[in-house]
Design a binder for this molecule. Sequence first.
Ligand SMILES: N=c1c2ncn([C@@H]3O[C@H](COP(=O)(O)OP(=O)(O)OP(=O)(O)O)[C@@H](O)[C@H]3O)c2ncn1[C@@H]1O[C@H](COP(=O)(O)O)[C@@H](O)[C@H]1O
Length: 216
Amino acid sequence: MPAAEPTSLRQAIPVDEIRYNEQGLVPAIVQDYLDGTVLMMAWMNRESLQKTLETAETWFWSRSRQQFWHKGETSGHIQKVRSLRYDCDSDALLITVEQVGDIACHTGERSCFHQVDGEKAPPPADTLSDLFAVICDRRDNPVEGSYTRQLFAGGDNKILKKIGEEAAEVVMACKDDEKDAIAGEVADLFYHSLVALAHHHVDVRAVYRKLQDRRR
Ligand SMILES: N=c1c2ncn([C@@H]3O[C@H](COP(=O)(O)OP(=O)(O)OP(=O)(O)O)[C@@H](O)[C@H]3O)c2ncn1[C@@H]1O[C@H](COP(=O)(O)O)[C@@H](O)[C@H]1O
């Protein structure tokens, strides 16, 4: 799917109704459109917002250089805008972007916003990404008593058998219309599918990308 059309972006944001501060600026938080990872915060003025809407790429206003800043223009790490929203009192923007060249945050390190106690962690930004990170860690650093470890030890035979079982359990729960059981069985299916992804070294973000590409 192509990036959000400039036209639809233009329709979505009434540039003149955004409340710019006394310097004529509005803060823009930029997130990865696939998993919500917070990439950066920067400032836009009316003109840079207009350019962003017209090109569907991010343009900011550099306060230090007093000039437009087309994100990624020199590095090639352009941010293609997927959606652009503003808050209820119109004084903050939330932009989701597709990273071209993989990395398009301030420092070029995806983990930059995930520092915990001085240690850089992978960028889990939602429940599935978070669980996937744990599962990959169990694969790479097996720990005693880990169910996930047992699955990896059993390889495809064990993992795929579980996926088949869990899928059948989803079917049965749905047939009985047991809401809580349906949620539980789908959770089991998600978990085992993530294990299969990890076992085959397919990043869960590749799944997100497929789903995003199918969005209409
Ligand atoms: N999200 C899950 C998760 N979902 C489901 N399951 C396990 O998947 C199995 C589901 O299988 P069944 O429904 O057939 O139930 P069962 O009869 O107990 O299963 P079996 O004895 O047949 O294997 C259960 O053993 C569940 O505990 C999970 N096991 C682990 N996680 C998470 O994975 C991460 C790593 O876990 P460990 O590897 O155990 O440390 C942790 O964050 C966990 O919370």
